[in-house]
Ligand binder design. Structure first.
Ligand SMILES: Cc1cc2nc3c(=O)[nH]c(=O)nc-3n(C[C@H](O)[C@H](O)[C@H](O)COP(=O)(O)OP(=O)(O)OC[C@H]3O[C@@H](n4cnc5c(N)ncnc54)[C@H](O)[C@@H]3O)c2cc1C
Length: 371
């Protein structure tokens, strides 16, 4: 009779949590993954993937404009934002299902609900208690906004990916890669875009040549970039839209105001303090090079650790940490299951991955080409 319900409970089914759970499952561990929202997490549902689909969509404006110079006669192109958003959502549904299947194929049990760590070996989900030898925290992050008057009027990247209509005029606050990419997306679809940045240049921390050249390109395409600008308050305009007031007294009107000024780790209400998991001043879980927290059997990976908040960083670290506990999961009793799942993973995964990528493009392009 095993001492715990599971060898591993992962909290959060995003890029990191799914990768770590599947890897542990392939070693024969009894794994459960808890998710309070949808399977796939930020990258698949609210980040990289939907954003890139909108970037692809926006790029067609250039292709139509260039086509005439290459001998094509193109009827004046018409763009329909709700059609694009519906196609994007269909694609995200498909990807979510792929993630669910991947977890099931790795014998990972999916538990729906919000997890709270009750003690170092117990996770509470909707009033039920599940025990585990190890816990992996992979709860990701969320957009953060400053506490200024009128901040309740703004949207974040989450809402920007799901707008009911394309804004005619949008103010984007922030100079990081998310703000820059959304400025390009909205401008590509024809919105008037004003980007407000605190510093002199965009993309703080990137190579200086890139920062300067990118700003020139963006301005050349009609994005109005206001450097060294901070927002003092935002007011709802009397008829429609909003007024953004800067600290230097400028007023900028827009239909929408989007903030992309930072993200914070999802650790609130998770029970970390009570259980002894140390966090930094932003609430990010502190970990060692093996992604181990201050509680030896509790690990944390991905954006919740606030290191480099990118998918390729979130994915390898849980693989590394689950590999450190592999020896305990590949015991003689668990070996048959382990080798079976490893064999099927070896034979199936590269082909599946390729097939998945091809399907992504064809599924997504179908609605557009049939318009
Ligand atoms: C707009 C945008 C664009 C991006 N573009 C890129 C890009 O182009 N390239 C790139 O590499 N990265 C990109 N990123 C970053 C990337 O999405 C993240 O680094 C990555 O998704 C982090 O993965 P994660 O597993 O740490 O967390 P997440 O993917 O956020 O997963 C965390 C999961 O935990 C769940 N959860 C949280 N708390 C609980 C709880 N208590 N109980 C149960 N479930 C819980 C959440 O619902 C979520 O599903 C982008 C991010 C954004 C916002």
């Amino acid at each position: 009779m095993p001492r715990y319900d599971f060898d591993l409970i992962t909290i959060g089914a995003g890029s990191g949590g799914v990768a770590g759970s599947r890897r542990a499952g392939s070693y024969g561990a009894r794994v459960a993954i808890v998710e309070e929202s949808r399977i796939g997490g930020t990258c698949v549902l609210r980040g990289c993937v939907p954003k890139k689909l909108l970037v692809y969509g926006a790029q067609f404006a250039d292709a139509f404009a260039d086509a005439a110079g290459f001998g094509w006669t193109v009827a004046p192109p018409k763009f329909d934002w709700p059609v694009l958003i519906a196609a994007k959502n269909k694609e995200l549904d498909r990807l979510e299902q792929i993630y669910i299947n991947m977890l099931k194929n790795s014998s990972v049990e999916i538990i729906e609900g919000r997890a709270i760590i009750a003690d170092p070996h117990t996770v509470e989900i909707g009033g039920r208690h599940y025990t585990a030898d190890n816990i992996l925290i992979a709860t990701g992050g969320h957009p953060t906004v400053p506490n200024i008057p009128g901040i309740e009027h703004v949207i974040s990247s989450n809402e920007a990916l799901d707008l009911p209509a394309l804004p005619r005029r949008i103010v984007i606050v922030g100079g990081g890669y998310i703000a820059v990419e959304f400025a390009g997306i909205f401008r590509g679809f024809g919105s008037e875009v004003v980007e407000l940045i605190r510093r002199e240049d965009l993309l703080h921390g990137f190579d200086n040549d890139i920062r300067v050249a990118l700003a020139q390109e963006m301005r050349g395409r009609g994005v109005e970039i206001h450097a060294r600008t901070q927002v003092a308050r935002i007011e709802k305009a009397p008829r429609e839209g909003y007024s953004v007031f800067t600290t230097s007294g400028q007023e900028i009107s827009a239909d929408l105001v989007m903030y992309a000024t930072g993200r914070g780790p999802n650790t609130r209400g998770l029970g970390l303090d009570a259980v002894g998991v140390k966090t930094d001043d932003k609430g990010a879980a502190l970990v060692d090079e093996w992604s181990r927290t201050s509680v030896p059997n509790i690990y944390a990976i991905g954006d919740v650790t606030d290191r480099l908040n990118l998918t390729p960083v979130a994915i390898p670290s849980p693989r590394r940490s689950t590999t450190t506990t592999r020896s305990r999961w590949t015991t003689p009793t668990s070996r048959p299951r382990c080798s079976a799942s490893r064999r099927s993973a070896r034979s199936a995964s590269p082909r599946k991955r390729r097939a998945g990528n091809t399907a992504t493009m064809s599924t997504f392009t179908a609605p557009a080409s049939s318009r």
